[in-house]
Design a protein around this ligand. Structure first.
Ligand code: MG
Length: 158
């Protein structure tokens, strides 16, 4: 039987850090604060997989009190969640992501993000969707304080 999970994450912009979204380095004047590389997209994808497994959340699996996750490539978190799923005989069916960001414009990066996320999930890029929205000037996204990401992932029997 298929299972579905939802993930959400948000991070604050901070100067002097590289911006990485969906596992893709993006040229910008600020990166995202966070214990890891701050990749809110991969954190949302990880939480969506964990949610589909009813296996807790990313903070339980990778506590930010643990120095081994400082500055780590968030791809590791997705790979961990995919392995957990595989241990239960489940593989990813599809993944749908929405990124909320006023800046930078993500249109030119969406395809690379799709391909990177698909590779991490072990699926074809046709099973991954990356959409980008602004906050229309409203709230923390609109003010450019940070960005947010939502992800839905389905899992099915291998
Ligand atoms: Mg996060």
């Amino acid at each position: 039987m298929d299972r579905v999970g939802l993930g959400f994450d948000s991070h604050r912009f901070t100067p002097g850090r590289p911006l990485v979204l969906g596992g893709v380095p993006i040229d910008h004047d600020a990166g995202l604060a966070g214990h890891s590389d701050g990749d809110a997209v991969l954190h949302a994808v990880t939480d969506a997989i964990l949610g589909a497994l009813a296996a807790g959340d990313i903070g339980e699996h990778f506590p930010d009190s643990d120095p081994q996750w400082a500055g780590v490539d968030s791809s590791r978190f997705v790979e961990h969640a995919v392995k957990l799923a595989a241990g239960r005989g489940l593989i990813v069916g599809n993944c749908d992501v929405t990124v909320l960001a006023e800046r930078p414009k993500l249109g030119p990066h969406k395809q690379r993000m799709r391909e990177r996320i698909a590779a991490l999930l072990g699926v074809d890029a046709s099973a991954v969707s990356v959409k980008a929205k602004t906050g229309e000037g409203m709230g923390f996204v609109g003010a450019g304080e940070g960005l947010a990401a939502l992800a839905v992932v389905s899992l099915r029997e291998a």
